[in-house]
Each structure stands twice: as C-alpha cells, then as structure tokens.
Design a protein. Sequence first.
Length: 559
Amino acid sequence: MPGTGFFSFVLHSHLPYVRRAGVWPHGEEMIHEAIAETYIPLIRELRRLELENVPARFTIGLTPILLEQLADDDVLRSFVEYARTEVVAARRDAADPSRDAAMVALSEYYAAFYEGLLATFNDELGGDIVGAFRHAFEIGQIEVLTSGATHGYLPLLSRDSSINAQLAAGRATTRRHMGRDATGIWLPECAYRPGYVADTGLVRPGIEDFLAARGLDHFFTETHVVSGVRSGKVTGDVVGPYGAPRRRVVEWAGSAAQRDRTVLRPYGVRDAAVSVFARDPRTGLLVWSANQGYPGDFSYREFHRKDVASGLQYWRVTGSGVDLGAKALYDPAVAAARVRAHARHFVGVVAETLAEHYATHGRPGLIVSAYDTELFGHWWFEGVSWLGEVARLLASHPDVAMMTTAEYLASYPAEEAIDLPEISWGTGGDHSTWINDETAWMWPEIHRAERVMEECVALASAGSSDCDAVLRQLGRELLLLESSDWPFLISTGQAGEYAAERFRSHVERFDRLADAARTGARDAGMLAYLAEIERSDNPFPDLDWRWFAARQGSAALIP
C-alpha cells in the first residue's frame, strides 16, 4: 500500500462513425491511422507490461461506436490494405536515389514499423483488436469506461427517451464486446447538465440520475467545476436549445468552500448514487500544454510536416517557431531517450503532488490524468512508449501506485456531495461549440427526429404495425444523426462539408424509414432499401427500439 496516494491515467478513446464513408481527405482513413499509430501500439505496450509483470492499471474509455468499428470486418480489412500501402510507400522512399542515407534509414524505419503492425495484428492478435482490450479488462490491467452509443450530446437532446437510448445502447454494446458491464462512463464531450424545470413545469432529471438508473456510478469533469479555480457565477435562467431560456434547479457560485476543494478525490453529485472525478491540472498541463507539454520537445516527431510523395513524417519539432520547411530530420533513438527523461519527470511531479495532498488532508488521494487516447501515438508519436515508461516507474515507486478510478471509488467512496454547473469541455465551458450560428440548423432536425421516433415506437407498441427490422434501423439512424461529432466538425472547421453531408444522409435515411414504419410499407423497393441501409449502417445489432419509448420527467429513469 503506497504511503501517499494513487495515480490513474484516464484515456478517452473515440472516433466518429466513418465506416464505409470514403477515405481521404475525410472518412475511414482516420480510423486506420488511429489503429496503426495508437490502438495497436497501446495494445503492444499493455502486453509488454503484462509479460514484465508490471502492475499497471489504466482507466480506458472505449466509446461504443468506436468498439463497433474496431470489431467490423470491413474496417479491419481496409486497415490491412492501408498498412500495406504505407509499407509500399516507405519502401519506395527508401529506394529513391535522391535521398541521403539518413532519410533512407528513416524510410526503412517506417517500413519496419508498418510491417511490425501487420505482424502484430495478424499473428499476435488474430485480427481481433477488441479482443485484446477485453483481455486487458479481464486481467484487471484496464478498467473500461462506456459512453453514449454514438457520443450524442446529452444536454441538448430534447427528449429523455434519447438520453435513455444513448446510454442503454452504449452500455449494452460495451457489455457485448467486453464481457461485462462498465461501472464508469466518459460523458460525450464531458457535457453535463443538472436537473431543471421545463416551461411546462415538468422537472427533467439531471444527467447523473440517468447514469444511476443504468447502474453507472462515476463520470469525469473539468478541473474548475470542482475546484472553482476559474471564476464565474451563473444565476437565473440559462440558455437552452435555439436560445430559449430554461430555469435551473441549481446554481453554481464558485464559493470559497469550492475553491478549497481538492480534485484528488471523488464527490457525490447531488443526491444521486453517482460520483464525479475532476482532471488534475498539474499533470494535465505536462501533456496538453502547447508551451509546457512534453509533446513539444524539439526531439519528438513533427506531426504537421509530411513528405509530399509518401505522406510519411520524417522530421522532428526542431525548435519553437521553426518554419515547417526548416525542420530537421527525426532521430528515433534520441526521441526514445527523451521519453525516459520525461517519464521520470512526470512521476516526480505525481509523487510531489500526492505527498502535498496527503500532508494536507491525511488520506491518500488519486490523481486523474485524463487525455484523449488518440493524442498518444497519433499526435504525439512517442506518447504510447511514454505511458509504458510511467507505468514501469510507478510500479517500483515506494509511495505511489497506479489504480483505476473504479478501484479508488470502491476503497475511498465520496464523502461530500456537490452541485455541478452546466458544463462541457468546449470553448467557454458551455454548449456553444455544438450549438452556434453554424450548427443551429441541425438541432431542430435532431429534435424532430426524436419525437418521430417516439411516435413510431408508440404505433408499434400499440400493435398498429409490424416493423421490427425497420424500427431497429430507424433507431440506429437516430443514434447516428445525434452524434456530437457532426456539429463539432462543422464548428471547428475541420471537416464542415463532410460532417454536414454525413448528418443529412442519416436524416434522409431516418425519414424514409420512419415513413415505412408509419405506413407499414413492405414493398420490394422498401425491403431492398432497408437491406442496403442495414449494410451501410450496421452498429448495435442488439438494439431494442423500445429504448426510445417516450419517457419524459421522472418516468425517464425507469430502465
């Protein structure tokens, strides 16, 4: 038992639904890159730690829509083709007589990298990426978090039936792939809202109440929500969808008592049997910060510069403000040495932070260092190795040990209940990244579809139609069009046209299927269309359309 406390990496893994949606410049290639640079390297590192008997404990969120894609035969077949293409590109670069010896060596390094990935995928994993994560879950090396089925933005959904379905489908998918239920959840976009009184006088439950109803006992939030480090006070009405005000049940004042709260322990959320963990800011900055973060080290691989012919990344960060064209060549050996140095520094900060907490509070705290999984390997090429080095150093540390958030909550349950404000991780901490002038047109469509789904479920439940397959696919299309990824990609300008087209396509499919559900149409054209859409959009095979039954207010919490 450590003398001062515990540490947990909390990694949130998520990608949009891109299966069979084209490749470059947007589409399925993003999942191929993540498999190659993040997921398989992470699995390799976990397997190494297991073989070395390192008692590593990671908390890893795997969103249900990501799990479905990582288990999909079409996606995995396309990944193999992608990796083979990268090997060919690297070999072609290595054979280019215009390249010097150092560049040729890097080309051979990349060829070996992708060949090794293929060997791991085919020979060690048997093509089963999800199975590798399930094994790590089974042996206690990782604790898996679930999420909303398609990363739907829960606070902005207008019907409690949609929140219920996102959570029900999400938890069922995690159970199917992982072999047992998750007890924790990474809320999509860290988006939370408390209960509130609607214009009709009906009290809509807080997100924590929906979690409790589904057997989920903890989630995660931003630092300032618990500590009050960021100043601000929210009073009176708050803005809901389309700018309409709604009354809050609770207010957040950022009080002196709040500013004294530590983020190194969980807190109960109001009176629900659900706890919340906050990100630790000190360790978070060491990775996330553009100025202080390790990924900006001059020896690490430069993400943004790619070879014009092969697309491979041959250069290193080099220096602050150095033009992309002036970047120096990457040296993997030098980068590896920096990984070890940064791991030692990080563990020192962890130990110091926990010692300070123990001295002040007299009990072991838990540092929650939360990051997007895809940061490691994909954006920060050396990041997966760094995770492993940190785990190894902590394994031999006299005062600190790794622990999952679920383990900590079981040993040190929340002793204080708090109110949380309406929050997300987005700019300003509000919902504006997802609902704004550029995306406002999407939300009436989403809310209309929510009500149509309830109507179709009511018709089927009353025996007015026999359309089980249609309703299941209708539910899939609703979950997919609710994805927070589409407004996010539009708001950030990353892939606006692509996201808008994807959203509209799911709305179009939903509407055509809804017409069939209402009318009971079973002509050859409709059956052919249904079969086509089932092939295109195939996640959640165990979806139960009854999850979408109308359930507003307190009735929403009945599983």
